[in-house]
Design a protein around this ligand. Structure first.
Ligand code: ADP
Ligand code: MG
Length: 270
């Protein structure tokens, strides 16, 4: 089921942990780093469209492709040449279950990836919980990226994620956990720091990412303004750099670096 394009599903058991925020800002960071990236929204609530603009949340998308429309005209170009979006489309509430059921076995999204072979990377933003569309995105993807909030129940929800990915692999899916990303870390807050330390200590080292996303009101402001945080101000806020760091760390894990390796300087001229 793994398409030719490497796909990353941003998925977690819990809602409100920052999946959509991570998916959008990471896609933006990758595109800025020169990787042709498609961000595909498989959340029937249309999280990406909602966070970006009224036009997108009311416009067509994946839902319409499922109903026979050609894919390319449904894809939305952005001000970055390398970043393209596929919104979920306007899915009637009564059809949300049907939408999820269509995506669940991963075959349809595998077919979608087959139509996106000119992209270097595809990112799926998924609904919370291991429900139909999320399972489908995981089955079709090479990688899963799991944001987890720095809060007391984090460890328990992480177990569910690791178990789910294990179960999918046993049934033959190729998906691997790319990493666990701490989000909404309150720097300088003792309990947030204690939870973060605890996770870094207890979760196997290779699963925890070094990068983490701080709690920053500018991320909320950016999602209200409908932009990646790097576009919130003419002078990009510091938190935008966290996503650049994350993008670079993930590239390393995904083996996207050339034979020079991650710590070699990037040559300025060829
Ligand atoms: N690191 C962060 N700091 C502050 N606010 C955040 C952060 N990450 C997400 N948010 C805000 O929290 C809310 C939930 O985030 P969202 O990305 O929609 O989560 P999910 O997709 O997992 O449900 C949104 O309003 C978003 O703007
Ligand atoms: Mg979301």
């Amino acid at each position: 089921l793994n398409g030719a394009v490497p796909a990353v599903a941003v998925a977690s058991q819990k809602g409100g942990v920052g999946k959509t925020t991570v998916a959008l800002n990471l896609a933006y960071a990758w595109a800025r780093r020169g990787l042709r990236t498609a961000l595909v929204d498989v959340d029937p609530q249309g999280a990406i469209g909602l966070s970006l603009s009224k036009r997108l949340s009311h416009g067509p998308g994946l839902w319409d492709w499922l109903h026979g429309r050609a894919l390319r005209p449904l894809m939305v170009k952005t001000r970055l040449e390398a970043l393209t979006l596929l919104p979920a489309g306007r899915i009637p509430a009564t059809e949300s279950q049907a939408f999820q059921a269509r995506l669940e076995d991963g075959a349809v999204l595998g077919r979608l990836l087959g139509e996106l072979e000119d992209f270097a990377l595809v990112l799926f933003d998924t609904p919370s919980g291991f429900v139909g569309a999320t399972l489908g995105a995981l089955r079709a993807s090479r990688w899963a990226l799991t944001p987890v909030q720095a809060e007391p129940i984090a460890a328990r929800t992480l177990m569910r994620t690791v178990e789910t990915i294990g179960a999918l692999r046993r049934e033959g899916a190729g998906v691997e956990l790319l990493g666990i990303l701490l989000t909404m870390v309150q720097r300088g807050d003792a309990s947030s720091a204690a939870i973060a330390d605890d996770l870094w200590r207890t979760v196997p080292r290779h699963l925890m990412l070094d990068s983490h996303i701080p709690r920053d009101p500018l991320l909320l402001e950016a999602s209200n303004a409908g932009v990646p945080v790097g576009l919130l101000r003419k002078r990009p806020p510091a938190v935008a750099l966290e996503f650049d760091q994350l993008a670079a760390e993930l590239e390393e894990r995904m083996g996207l670096h050339g034979k020079e390796g991650p710590d070699a300087p990037v040559s300025l001229v060829d």
